[in-house]
Design a protein around this ligand. Structure first.
Ligand SMILES: C[S@@+](CC[C@H](N)C(=O)[O-])C[C@H]1O[C@@H](n2cnc3c(N)ncnc32)[C@H](O)[C@@H]1O
Length: 253
């Protein structure tokens, strides 16, 4: 995406002189600061609305990626993360068959198709509005038969497996960590068993990257394994993406 303009503060027209600051009058710097403050929209705390949800709404309103996603008709700001992943690692080729794990509301599905995928098979525990060119399965990926369900929609081994799976957090750090690790491991296992040789896998991971043992296994099966934090991933978020390129040694046991 072309980066959204950051500094939209009003600027002095060239040639016009700034008037000398008078007592009680704001300096240009103060005026600029004020303009910036005014552009940052605040949300009033309604009765019953929690501070955390007020902050979430405020962040959404002021997030340039959210605005850009609305302008471009993308279903989520996450769409920009896949664009960046693809720009950097060239994951999506023309006519690729793509599996998208944790696909709701469908931002990655839109980008995969826009960048030439011939078909996307997506799965999410939540319902997803249909997208032409995609088969979207409403199912829990952690169910034992989920891989078979996905495969029943595939007429060949996929070229790319993407996972943006993210569990709802409980607030209990250890529980959340275990849930996240389990999702990443399940996604990686699916990719190592299902991808065609030469295929690529990209997955959201948290807290400093994939677990050591998983990373080692991926390194033994793919030619290249890297971590990457897209600019569009929120700075404060612990999320990072794991990218494994060119499957050499599929898992068969
Ligand atoms: C960050 S969102 C994905 C956003 C998506 N990539 C996009 O561009 O619109 C993570 C998704 O993972 C899904 N998810 C979490 N656990 C899941 C599970 N066990 N099975 C299927 N989907 C799951 C959530 O429902 C959520 O929609």
């Amino acid at each position: 995406m072309s980066k959204p303009p950051k500094d939209t503060r009003p600027r002095r027209m060239s040639g016009s002189k700034p008037s000398a600051p008078k007592r009680g009058r704001r300096t240009p710097k103060a005026e600029q600061d004020n303009a910036t403050r005014m552009m940052h929209k605040k949300v009033k705390t309604a009765r019953g609305r929690k501070i955390s949800s007020k902050l979430w709404i405020e962040r959404q309103i002021n997030d340039p990626y959210v605005r850009e996603a609305q302008i471009k008709g993308y279903r989520s700001r996450a769409a920009f993360k896949l664009e960046e992943l693809d720009d950097k690692f060239n994951l999506l080729k023309h006519d690729s068959l793509v599996v998208d794990l944790g696909c709701a509301p469908g931002g990655w599905v839109q980008i995969a198709l826009k960048r030439g995928a011939k078909r996307v098979v997506g799965i999410d525990i939540l319902p997803v509005d249909m997208v032409a060119g995609a088969d979207l399965i409403e199912y829990d990926f952690m169910e034992e038969d989920a891989p078979e369900k996905i495969k029943s929609y595939l007429d060949a081994s996929p070229d790319v497996v993407l996972s943006d799976l993210a569990a709802n957090t409980t607030g209990h750090k250890q529980t959340d960590h275990l849930k996240t690790v389990a999702l990443v491991e399940a996604a990686a296992d699916f990719a190592m068993r299902t991808l065609r040789p030469g295929g690529h896998f990209a997955s959201k991971v948290f807290q400093g990257g994939a677990e050591f043992s998983l990373l080692n296994e991926l390194k033994s099966r793919f030619q290249t394994v890297k971590h990457f934090k897209p600019d569009s991933s929120r700075k404060g978020s612990p999320e990072i993406y794991l990218v494994a390129l060119n499957l050499q040694n599929p898992k068969t046991d």
